[in-house]
Design a protein around this ligand. Structure first.
Ligand SMILES: C[S@@+](CC[C@H](N)C(=O)[O-])C[C@H]1O[C@@H](n2cnc3c(N)ncnc32)[C@H](O)[C@@H]1O
Length: 364
């Protein structure tokens, strides 16, 4: 059954995820605890399987219709026996359905195909890449020594951003993953906030401009400023031009830790503060505050993590921030409001879109 077009309210999503957890607990009672635990410890293997299905081209070639495995292997120049065993394991992981010698993607495996309307193929490929696994190897060290340096820095000696700048293949996976997830979230985000019909909206570290493009598409009188690193802005050029927005969006190089020079009515920080420690976030907000006209607003968009409420998606994103980013974490609206106060901003209303919170602040 397809998911409803309208995203349910945040408390309903939380309740549904809690119920799913309870049902999984109930079903797992059919197994001895160590059996269910064994299945949980196979998470690395499932992540690697998903990545291999994407990177080998199998996910795209499989699609949702039944295909002969030997023919697929021949078509993609893969070793047939290994292809069959990988697909059998993927079937055990519920990513694939296997019927004799034929296979197809399952309902939850289907978004591994790039043609799927809500594909997260690039995320699966990014997460399974060796660079990520090396960051996670440092989790035990982080447990003993604290969040900083991140697992990534412990493994590679640089920040994830420096690493991505020097590793174009992984950077391309990451950028594509951000694009596809933003594209999934954009319809709900576009509905969740009363975006201004005119004036300037600045997306700070806005990637290639996916969210800005969705907001401006229906607001011809509004203009955008897209602020990011020069190499990201270079990718944004074609994206914005293809949507007829090249003249409506100014691409401006900016550094979260340098000068943030842009005058706008509304500033967006989507998936930015969760990359950084509280101290770094206060610094970013202070620098932004310095260029914000009085009365202008900032909108912080991240997933909503209440300190003592585990969430199967958000708490895993939080773990990823712990491993990959210096002091990165998911926060609650109250925690974001506290960062805003420290930066001299007035905390404002909180809205939700799916698992995301949209926390507003105002320059006094
Ligand atoms: C997690 S991505 C979020 C991108 C976008 N806001 C979105 O929601 O898709 C983080 C962004 O921060 C940018 N970034 C990282 N460090 C930065 C810095 N020092 N100055 C400016 N941008 C930076 C990256 O280029 C990337 O586009």
């Amino acid at each position: 059954m397809p998911l409803p077009e309208i995203v349910p309210p945040y408390p309903v999503i939380q309740a549904a995820l809690r119920l799913r957890g309870r049902l999984l607990d109930l079903v797992d009672r059919m197994l001895p605890a160590e059996g269910a635990l064994w299945d949980l410890t196979a998470g690395l293997q499932r992540a690697k399987l998903a990545g291999a299905l994407v990177d080998s081209g199998l996910a795209d070639a499989l699609g949702e219709g039944w295909q002969r495995v030997d023919e697929l292997a021949r078509e993609l120049e893969l070793e047939p026996q290994v292809t069959f065993r990988v697909l059998r394991a993927a079937a055990a992981a519920r990513l694939v359905r296997l019927r004799g010698e034929r296979a197809r993607l399952s309902r939850i495996g289907a978004p591994l195909a790039r043609s799927h309307s809500a594909s997260i193929a690039s995320w699966a490929s990014y997460l399974a890449a060796p660079a990520n696994a090396r960051g996670y190897e440092q989790l035990t060290a982080q447990l003993a020594a604290g969040a900083e340096p991140s697992g990534h820095r412990r493994a590679f000696g640089d920040s994830i951003w420096e690493y991505l700048a020097e590793h174009p293949a992984q950077e391309a996976r990451f950028a594509a993953a951000m694009r596809e997830m933003t594209a999934i979230d954009v319809p709900a985000l576009a509905r969740a906030y009363p975006w201004p019909d005119s004036g300037v909206i600045c997306d700070v570290a806005g990637g290639i401009g996916t969210l800005l493009a969705a907001i401006l598409a229906r607001r011809p009188a509004a203009r955008g400023i897209l602020l990011d690193a020069p190499e990201v802005l270079a990718q944004a050029e074609a994206f914005l031009a293809a949507r007829g927005l090249a003249g409506q969006v100014e691409r401006r190089p900016g550094n979260l830790f340098g000068e943030l020079d842009a005058r706008a009515e509304l500033y967006i920080l989507k998936w930015i503060l969760h990359d950084w420690s509280d101290a770094a976030c206060v610094g970013i907000l202070r620098r932004l505050r310095a260029s914000m006209p009085s009365g202008s607003r900032v909108l912080v968009i991240d997933q909503h993590q209440e300190p003592t409420v585990p969430s199967p998606i958000t708490s895993m994103v939080d773990l990823h921030m712990l491993v990959e980013c210096e002091g990165g974490r998911e926060r609650s609206p109250a925690e974001v409001h506290e960062l805003m106060r420290e930066a001299g901003l007035q905390p404002g209303p909180v809205r939700h879109a799916g698992l995301h919170m949209l926390v507003e602040g105002r320059a006094p």
